[in-house]
Design a protein around this ligand. Sequence first.
Ligand code: AHR
Length: 502
Amino acid sequence: TTARLTVDPHFAVGRIDRRVFGGFVEHLGRHVYDGIYEPGHETADAEGFRSDVIDLVKELGVSTIRYPGGNFVSGFRWEDSVGPREARPRRLDLAWHSTETNEVGLHEFQGWLDKVGSDLMLAVNLGTRGTLEALDLLEYTNIAGGTALSQQRIDNGRTDAFGVKMWCLGNEMDGPWQLGHRSADDYGKIASQTAKAMRQLDPSVELVVCGSSSAHMPTFGEWERVVLTHAYDDVDYISCHAYYEERDGDLDSFLASAVDMDHFIDSVVATADHVKAVNGSSKSIDISFDEWNVWYIERFHGVDKIEGLDNWPVAPRLLEDVYSVADAVVFGNLMISLLKHADRVTSASLAQLVNVIAPIMTEPGGIAWRQTTFFPFSITSRLAQGEALELKLDAPTYSTKAYGEVPLVDAVATHDAETGRSAVFLVNRSQTEALTVTVDISGLGEVSVLESHTLSDDDVYAKNTLEQPERVAPHANESIAIDGGELTITLPPVSWTAVSLG
Ligand code: AHR
């Protein structure tokens, strides 16, 4: 079976914003404590951060990191997390039924970001708090000095302002599970007011208003329309969140999850552009896809659930999904979907980073290792440079229960005019057939293969675990050949591939 596609640098979709390779650190489970921070660990640095984890985060290639939640932020008082550590309160975290010790707070987290080389994206609490608290936090982070809260920051050990650019106006306010969940009308009003106030303080901030927690929420579409009707002029981005999992053994549908992500993005773009037309606005709203991943949510609703009035553990094991090869193929395909929409998806955050639905796992007092999903992220982040290209893709199809007839192959290409390098990212969704893809690369001139990586395995459910941390890794694809402006490559069943050309 064969598929064809054409890579031509003349057909650019849009410039790839490095922010699409963002991550997300929530105070949840063992993400912060026993994840990035473990003072007793043999690799811990002077601040208590694990340097083995820092090295893996750097290798992953994460740009902006969203913090501190997630559902957590809707019950969070930011003041708890600054000042002398011994005076910081222990608080109930209602979202995850845990105790937050506040041992790691804003200053410590910024210190960690400096070590990994990523930028901070902060979420304000619009669930149980409002505009004033958002302004207080912004004053604390972005005003150089001479006011009560900027002085407090200086007294707490940081002379320079944090200078935080990206801000989320709350989290998943459309979700009934969210503390302070609101109707689209109510949220749209508070988001607009808060955004206006924040810009009055610092006009340079970039603001993300909450879109839908999934394209399958009952309010999807209407939520975006109503919220943007209130806040269109006040914000720069609307968020999308999406998690995918294999349900009822239907691997065929699961492998096509990116079809749903494509549709989600197209629908939100259409809705935002509708409000633009109604408003007669000349500005466009972009998408911040600030939570995306494979997540076996069903499991959380069963085994992981913590309950009890006197049971609020510190850093419990929560959402510690172990990812398979098939999960990584879907994951790589989700990245392809984000890149295909580079014109409008200009920010995204993989949810999450360490231990909690994460590409990086740690064992307390033990090793840190790469999950299968680590590879598509690190390789895409490194190779996808410049502009995303529109491909003429001609591929055979297969039928899925969830999405009907869909292509067996999905792909995107990128081209960097500065370095002359291009990259092609592909998936084969077939469970049974290897697929040969013919790529017309005549538009690229004389190029050769610089590197190639294919992730596949005879056992599509193979995983990396504490016992076998290197069971799964990508390999060079030996089938590639270039002949007269045409590249051919064979993609094994259930596989993700990246090829770099230059
Ligand atoms: O990433 C895990 C959770 O998923 C986040 O806290 C929340 O925003 C979403 O529902």
